[in-house]
Structures are given as C-alpha cells and as structure tokens.
Design a protein around this ligand. Structure first.
Ligand code: NAI
Length: 334
C-alpha cells in the first residue's frame, strides 16, 4: 500500500537527521510518497507566516507527518511554532518512550518507560501578559475535557501495549484547583480500567524517584510543562537527547518528531545523531500499520548499536550522520 506523508525538514540539524531517516525508511521497502512542507522562519520568508495553512492542511489531509526540530527564538515577538502546530491539529497526546539502547553508557540500561504528556494546555501554552510594568501574569489552563482525554489515552495505551501501571504526575498539594482537577479526572478514568494499576506522584518527588529508582515506573501521564521537563530528565537517564523519540497524536492527525531541538551548536556539520528521529519513524511506521518495516528498521538500528562500530560523536563514537544511516541500511541488507 502506498502512503502519503507530510515531511517537515525543520531547522538546524533538522534537514540532516530528516534526510538520514528518510533514507533508512525507504531502505525498508515501504512505499511512501513524501510531501515536503515548511514551518517557522522558512515559512515566514515564503508565506509571511510561521505556521502556514498549506502545511496544516497537508498534515490534516495526509493524517501523518515526520517532522524535524523547529527553532523558536527566545524573547519577545515569537510564539512557538511547535506549540502552534500541536494546537492547530489538536495533537493532544505526546507519547515519548524512554528505553535504553545496547552499548550506550547510561545510568539505567534496563530502563523502559513511557511518558504521556498533555500537549494542548497547562502552563506551557505561553498565555502571558503584562499586568502593570514589572508584573507579568502567566496563565495555567486545565480543563476537565483535556485532562480526561489524556488520562483515557494513557490507560488505553497501557492496555494496547501490555503495560501494567499508569502514574499521574502533578503538584496538586500546591496547585489544588488546577492540578487537583487533573488528578480527579485521572482517577475517574482509572475506574474504567480496573486491569491497569493507577497511582500518582508529586512532581518533585517523582523527579527524585526517577533518578534513584526509575524501575518502579511504567507509564507516566502529566500536564504539558511537567512533561517537557521530565522528558529531558528521562532522556538523560538513557544516554542523552539524541536517543529520545516522540509522537504527537490527535483525532485529525499524528506528527512524529524527536524530543530534542534544532541543536544550532552542531548544525551543518553532519555529526548529529539521527537515532531519536529514526525511533520516532519506527513509531510512525507502526502507526500507519507498516509493522514489518518498523521491526526491520528497529532491529537494524539496535544491531548497529550492538556492534558499536558506527556510533555518533555525542555517544563517544566518530560516525557522521550519513555513516550511521549507511550502517543501518547495511544491517537491513545483510
Ligand atoms: P537542543 O535539544 O537543540 O540541544 C541541546 C543539546 O543537545 C545541544 O548541545 C545539542 O547539540 C545536543 N543535541 C540535541 N540533539 C542532538 C542530536 N540529535 N545529536 C547530537 N546532539 C544533540 O536544545 P536547545 O539548544 O535548548 O534548543 C535549540 C532550539 O530548538 C530552540 O530554538 C528550541 O526552541 C528548539 N526546540 C525545538 C523542539 C521541536 O521542534 N520539537 C524541541 C526542543 C527545542
């Protein structure tokens, strides 16, 4: 079956890791027609807006996108393209598997958990305004609708992937109304999934527990900003940002992208690690029903790590981005 998928190369290392990933996907033999679209500063130059309708429409029509990281400058006048895209497509669930790879030095080689991050509201929405000069208000929005749907998604994901426990992460001891509502919705949903264990942890304790005893966790579900921060913490536990994949799932489409950003410090040098985006692509292939191709790609990637000969610089190796991709292709053909 032929699939049509939107491809967004992104900024910084984006085009390099996207090219390497597309090359490996195509080597699986899966039939994909790519529709390349742009966002951010590239779109600003061409269309006069950072989030063009053509890109949103392309993803809505194709229902699936593979996306490179998109830069958001810090400071005034720029709203995040990533946040805007997730809102425009209502990509409410951000699913980030955290699993160590063979041979990668890390604190927890056995770690295997999944973060499910609410993607549309919370304190991450960037709803800020100046009340009076010198005083800024930043709004945290929590709704029953979004909290219920993300909790339901986490429990359904647990059931579909044969996982046993979902932990809600929150700060309801201080933010009694907002995080309190999130937690209430979580336990309401938990009643509908008696086969899945449900518990909760306050975010600060959860961070400590993740560093000390991460094996107690299976699936973690949390609001947007907590998910943003805890994802990077977990990436650190398995060896770094170059290894952490992600999927943004909604009713009208799904966008697959790495957890990391555009890494401007190493852009254009051909040394970025494409693993996180490749693992996101494995998630994507499973999502579109190409399970065999997903397994082929995943197995070849794991074999390259097990070999340890073609590892990128961030993990202590010397392989360039395209050498790493070539090694995976060779494994698939061997
Ligand atoms: P970053 O994730 O781009 O980089 C942090 C550090 O990790 C850097 O030292 C970088 O070289 C390294 N790194 C990241 N990915 C790597 C890879 N694949 N291989 C090797 N090393 C890698 O985070 P930073 O610097 O905070 O953000 C840069 C830009 O990316 C910002 O404009 C930010 O807004 C944007 N960003 C975009 C995201 C997205 O499109 N989903 C997600 C996170 C950040």
């Amino acid at each position: 079956m032929k699939h049509k998928i939107t491809l967004v190369p992104g900024d910084g290392i984006g085009p390099e890791i996207v090219a390497a990933t597309v090359r490996v996907i195509e080597a699986t033999g899966v039939d994909i027609e790519w529709e390349t679209q742009i966002l951010g500063s590239q779109a600003l130059e061409k269309y006069g807006v950072t989030l063009p309708e053509t890109t949103i429409e392309s993803i809505k029509t194709n229902k699936v996108a593979l996306k490179g990281p998109q830069m958001t400058p810090v400071g005034k006048g720029f709203t995040s393209v990533n946040v805007g895209l997730r809102k425009a497509l209502d990509l409410y669930a951000n699913v980030r598997p955290v699993k160590a790879l063979p041979n990668v030095p890390c604190r927890y080689p056995e770690l295997d958990l999944v973060i499910v991050r609410e993607n549309t509201e919370g304190l991450y929405s960037g709803l800020e305004h100046v009340v009076i000069p010198g005083v800024v208000e930043s709004l945290k929005i929590v709704t029953e609708k979004a909290s219920t749907r993300i909790a339901k998604y986490a429990f359904e994901y647990a059931r579909n992937t044969d996982r046993k426990k979902v932990t809600a992460v929150h700060k309801a001891n201080i933010m009694k109304l907002s995080d309190g509502l999130f937690l209430e919705c979580f336990y309401e949903q938990a009643k509908l999934f008696p086969d899945i264990e449900a518990d909760d942890k306050i975010i600060d304790n959860c961070c400590m527990q993740l560093v000390m005893r991460p094996e107690q966790f299976d699936i973690l579900v949390m609001e947007n900003l907590y998910g943003d921060i805890v994802s990077d913490l977990c990436a650190g536990l398995i060896g770094g940002l170059g290894l952490a994949p992600g999927a943004n799932i909604g009713e009208f489409g799904a966008v697959f992208e790495a957890v990391h950003g555009s890494a401007p410090d190493i852009a254009g040098q051909g040394i970025a690690n494409p693993t996180a985006l490749m693992l996101s692509a494995v998630q994507m292939l499973n999502h579109i029903g190409e399970r065999e191709a997903a397994k082929k790609m995943h197995d070849a990637l794991l074999a390259v790590f097990a070999d340890g000969k073609s590892i990128t610089r961030d993990l202590g190796g010397t392989a360039k981005t395209n050498e790493f991709a070539r090694a995976i292709e060779e494994k698939m053909n061997s």
